[in-house]
Design a protein around this ligand. Structure first.
Ligand code: HEC
Length: 148
């Protein structure tokens, strides 16, 4: 009971403690791509917080934008054939609509590059919109390709 309640409120990072199956396949493709996405959020979230709290720190923001840009290619090669098994949170559409998935991925890659460019300007007025644009690409892909 308490455990269920806790699991309901805990973030994705702790779900492993709530009966998530382990990825035991060689190379752990599902676990590897999930860790790669976690790295996205680790870099992306602090940027959003800075903007929301009106505490834009240009140098720190740039560090996060660089780290996100450096991490942006990591998940995609781990969506190989036959890698849709627990604990995957992908939808079957990833494999059924590879072109649509690639399109979402490419939009994210482009938006991330633009955010980095904007961050180099060190001007808050120039980073707000590109930040939001990256956010929209995360959401847009998740809508179709990640289970809720
Ligand atoms: C092109 C599609 C796509 C884009 C773009 C995308 N994601 Fe995801 N994301 C996925 C899919 C698919 C999964 C589920 C992976 C799995 O479990 O197999 C996922 C999972 C995640 C997870 C959960 C990882 C876990 O441990 O279960 C987080 C967090 C996440 N994404 C954050 C982000 C953020 C932040 C962005 C943008 C900066 C982003 N994603 C962009 C498709 C995408």
């Amino acid at each position: 009971m308490l455990k269920n309640l806790l699991c309901a409120v805990l973030t994705v990072g702790l779900l492993a403690a709530c009966g998530e199956p382990e990825d035991t396949r060689p190379g752990q493709p599902v676990k590897t791509r999930q860790l790669a996405f976690k790295e996205f959020i680790r870099q992306f979230e602090p940027m959003g917080k800075m903007l929301r709290d009106n505490r834009y720190d240009a140098a720190r923001f740039l560090t996060f934008a660089e780290a996100l840009d450096a991490a942006k290619e990591a998940p995609w090669t781990h969506f190989g054939p036959d890698t849709q098994y627990p604990p995957s949170k992908s939808t079957d559409a990833v494999w059924q609509k590879p072109d649509a998935f690639a399109k979402e991925r490419d939009a994210f890659l482009a938006a991330t590059g633009k955010l980095l460019e904007a961050a180099r300007s060190k001007d808050k007025a120039q980073v707000d919109a590109p930040y939001k644009a990256v956010y929209d690409t995360c959401q847009s892909c998740h809508r179709q390709f990640r289970q809720r």
